[in-house]
Design a protein around this ligand. Structure first.
Ligand code: ADP
Ligand code: MG
Length: 288
């Protein structure tokens, strides 16, 4: 039988926009030592804005490069894709694209007007042996090639959420170790890590590498200590499932992530992670 106090805890949490899918997760939250965050859409807004366009092909204008990128990103639901389509700002004709292939943690491969377009990070360029230029600004960079010829890059900037620094500070005051995992470039990861005061940052990870990081942590910690993973779920469903408590951002998150998560934060505020742990502590006092 489930002790009555747990219902009180789950009810109190839901009033603050935190959905807890079972009393066992409320119990596990009490023993959390490591709070692992995904970056994009979790600690940052995931509302990227194009901040630089650089073309590397003779005769190719910035607007043309942006158009190619917008077509490449036509089918993608990634925040990067949305920002590129928004910056282009014009109607797109689906008939011009064919053979869409989203490569997890890398980017996109698609045919636009019969030409092969690659749009993604340095990992994608390296995998395809395409030489790329070093971007001038710090930010998330999407490199673009057309028929395996490097065409240029688009730099995109994201912003940290208003309550992200407070979320990290509160958790550290509670004695938790705060970690960020990201598929993004090391320079971007380290900048965000420094500005938020995170204990650890692991960058340039593929979705499966994020699972491996949780497994490494699992071997490092003592048996009683629990690991929480907080993500928006784009590509992160396996990590949500692997952590002791998987927390999804309910507003931004994909349906698959909300399904895979043990706890859902409806308000998308990372500071609610500390609230959930507080509620778990109070509930334990009532139950025992
Ligand atoms: P994060 O860990 O920051 O949430 P993801 O795992 O979603 O990142 O993506 C990792 C990286 O893969 C991104 O930073 C980007 O470089 C690249 N990428 C993923 N999806 C796309 C896309 N649709 N277009 C271009 N690049 C992409
Ligand atoms: Mg993500």
């Amino acid at each position: 039988s489930i002790p009555l106090g747990f219902f009180g805890g789950i009810g109190a949490a839901s009033k603050s926009g935190i959905l807890i899918k079972g009393s066992n997760y409320l119990e596990a939250l009490n023993d959390v030592k490591y709070v692992v965050f995904d970056k994009t859409g979790t600690l940052t807004k995931g509302s990227f804005k194009v901040s630089d366009i650089h073309t590397s092909l003779e005769g190719l204008g910035k607007d043309q490069l942006l158009e190619i990128a917008a077509y490449a990103e036509y089918h993608s639901t990634h925040p990067i894709a949305e920002s590129i389509r928004t910056a282009f700002g014009r109607e797109l004709d689906e008939a011009r694209i064919e053979g869409y292939n989203e490569i997890s943690g890398h980017g996109i491969q698609v045919n636009v007007d019969g030409k092969e377009v690659l749009a993604g990070n340095t990992k994608l360029m390296n995998k395809e042996s395409i030489h790329f230029e070093q971007p001038a600004q710090v930010g998330t960079t999407v490199h673009i090639s057309v028929d395996h010829q490097y065409a240029g890059y688009i730099t995109i900037s994201d912003e940290v959420k208003e309550d992200a620094a407070e979320a990290v500070r509160t958790l550290k005051q509670m004695g938790k170790t705060t970690i960020m995992l990201t598929g993004d470039a090391r320079s971007v990861g380290e900048e965000v890590g420094r500005s938020l005061g995170l204990d650890e940052v692991h960058a340039e990870l593929l979705p499966q590498n994020k699972v491996e990081e949780i497994e490494k942590l699992d071997r490092r910690k003592s048996p009683k200590e629990k690991i929480v993973f907080v993500g928006d779920g784009i590509n992160d469903t396996p990590v949500l499932a692997r952590a002791d408590v998987g927390i999804a951002m309910g507003g931004l998150g994909s349906d698959a992530a909300i399904e895979a998560a043990d706890v859902v934060i409806m308000t998308d505020e990372p500071s609610k992670v500390a609230s959930a742990i507080h509620i778990a502590k109070r509930t334990r006092r009532i139950v025992w």
